[in-house]
Ligand binder design. Sequence first.
Ligand code: SF4
Length: 858
Amino acid sequence: MTPPPPPPRKDFPAFPFAPYPIQAEFMSFLYGALSSGPGALALLESPTGTGKTLSIICSALQWLLDRRDAAATAPAHPSGGAGPGEDDDEPDWMRDFTPLPPEKESTKKKPKPPAIRKAAGRRPRRRWEFLLEEYESDGEDGARHGVGKRAHCGSSSSSDGEELDEEEEEVTPKVYFTSRTHSQLSQFVGELKRTEFAGRIRTVCLGSRKNLCINKDVLKLGSANRINERCLELQKNKKSSKIKVEDDKRKARQAKNSCGCPMLRNRSLQKEFRSEVSNQGALDIEDLAHIGKKIGTCPYYGSRDMVRSADLVVLPYQSLLLKSARESLGLNLKNSVVIIDEAHNLADSLTNMYNSKITSSQLKAVLSHLDAYLNRFDNVLGAGNRRYIQTLTVLTRSFLRALINNQDGASTMSSMTINQFLFSLDIDNINIVKLCQYVKESNIIHKVSGYANKIPSIQDGVNQFNLQREHDEGSIIACFQALVDFLRSLLNSNDDGRIIVAKQKLSGQPEEAYLKFVMLCAEKIFSEVTRDAYAVILAGGTLQPIEETRLRLCPSLPPTDIKFFTCNHIVPPESILPIAVTRGPSGMTFDFSYNSRSSPSMIEELGRFICNIVTVVPEGVVMFFSSYDYERRVYDAWTTAGTISKICKKKHVFREPRNSADVESVLNKYKETIQSCSKNSQGQGINGALLLAVVGGKISEGINFSDGMGRCVIMVGLPYPSPSDVELVETIKHIETISSSFLVGDDKASGRKYDDECELQPGYDILRKCTKGGREYYENLCMKAVNQSIGRAIRHINDYAAMLLVDSRYAQASSSKSFSCPTDKLPQWIKARLSCAQNYGEVHRLLHQFFKFNKQKR
Ligand code: SF4
């Protein structure tokens, strides 16, 4: 029996003010999608600056409370007889909302394997502390192993924390909200605090150790990888040490002879942490870190322990979408709602998480450590350990062999399937499943790394590989981890991804040789989430094209089964002015395709164009180029030609720095310049600033150019990614294959399948062969980048900005022979206002009218 469809809801009382119509529509749609039953998948698109986050909070959490109320008020036992779980007539949906029994897979004590024998137990420490406990395995599938697994204290709700006294009941259903970055999660919590739900809904925010660790000695390691490694190491090693706590109120304490980080040892402090966090309502990562420091207990594990009792879990992509992370955190998606924000590139984000890469230096370092370890302990290691370590060395040597380039001038980059890779190295007979299991259970990484760290001669040996030991990739454990990640990648199905073999170039270029597994199959990853969750919501500013999303995430789902919502911007149409600019001031046709863009005449014409634009546009102008190299080429040419001097008579010129650390200061100066010009402007002289930026650079995503910061955004050309990028070509081929598989009728007949040839054809050849899906994907990558860049300019209802798309291809009609019309892929609210100017005079006139009108209006 399925539950009756809930009535649509139009009122959302938690919304802190009267919603705009599009906000009310958004909330009703999301609520309706959730009510449409288990397995719902909905995509909701709402432009940035339209209150999307607040709308998500007020509809999804309202639904959660309504469903709880419905479950609570529904008759508990329709038959009047047996209790829940005992009555076959009980409707599914009632069972779905019964709290789950407190099961905790990760904390279940596994029976001790018979093969455990404490080989090193009676030996003196020092060198013997690095000796592996004996290991045997007898299952061919890697499922059962005798493992000398070191008992370590601390095994919390998660796999690597500390066990708490009592276990709280899992609250279900929950809402999981995930976004890309910590700052986006903090913004979400900030919006949540504006609603009554902040006090009514039990919320927990999960962050990384880098953001939440309060152990100063660990934190000072700097990089996220090193902090993770050290924290996990602490959980595994018995230690007696003093610890510095970041907050002076809690003085350093002497740790007893117990294990793990001292920040986890006092259970009463952990309870105090949970109690204080629960009392304070919705808190973001900074708040949690602050409370952890104040109390003197680890907020990272403290927040993880609160997941079971939470109604709303706010967490980064990696924690929710990586299966291993979900398992480690003990997340249970069953019956819960998963909301994935910023989902405009979800398929690529999913596959990127499963990529793995190992460089030749890392392989050499691993080999050196394994050899040293074997030399030292060979005669005392058990047969199982020796065999597996030898297998690891054989594999590492084989991988290094794959990277040797012995053909002068030969292609240094190739791509192959997993099976081809294994066969080519003659290692297809090695049981990698068992090997990975061994690495996981034997603690070999820490044993070998620990030994190497203590023995100076090995460290000297490692230094010869030029590993930057201060850097993430340089740590010994990180080298091993890279190998293990790569080995695990080889366990994927043959068609799930490709191995990229990048050999050392013979011409002396400094780029390092590497092996990389590139995951292609987003569907497999996404289906693990949709299979468990009650409903999945994808939200974003621009989610088009839906068909590509469907094809890559859930190709077998009929398009009609995906619910899709889109809306216009809240700004009135007259607040934006998008123009396709086809010609420059001297009448030259703008063509910034790869072959034409560097011609001196094209750069000169672009210079004339911008010199005119800065006179008519007030305040800030942001001009996007397709790459740093092209921006530099244009800037240098303009400097030589005196164009920069001319621009500087009207606007100060700033350039996007390549170094992330410098971005903030450049943006601050840009903003201050605009603000001071606005105050002092008398209509003469300098009237603002021009920022030369790069698509996909530091500025095009995540930075707002609201109000005067971006009165005009200029996109120079169409920023297609380079078709010579091997990973891109593999992705295009994969998408072309799946799109052919799901085409029907005539389209199917013309669909081509790509073979698994090792030789990569030049990217343009691949694109020419594409019939639909692959080419669409390539075009979409370009227009998504354009949309991300120009969408930065309008951030609220009173904002206004012009958007100039400078290239004649923006005015090109679609044809079956060429690529489709790029402007078809603009968001609807921009496309509806787009005009195509045939000459510069028209552009100038439209801009003049636009700014005059909007200035008078305000
Ligand atoms: S347990 Fe917490 S405080 Fe200690 S090292 Fe790990 S993250 Fe840091």
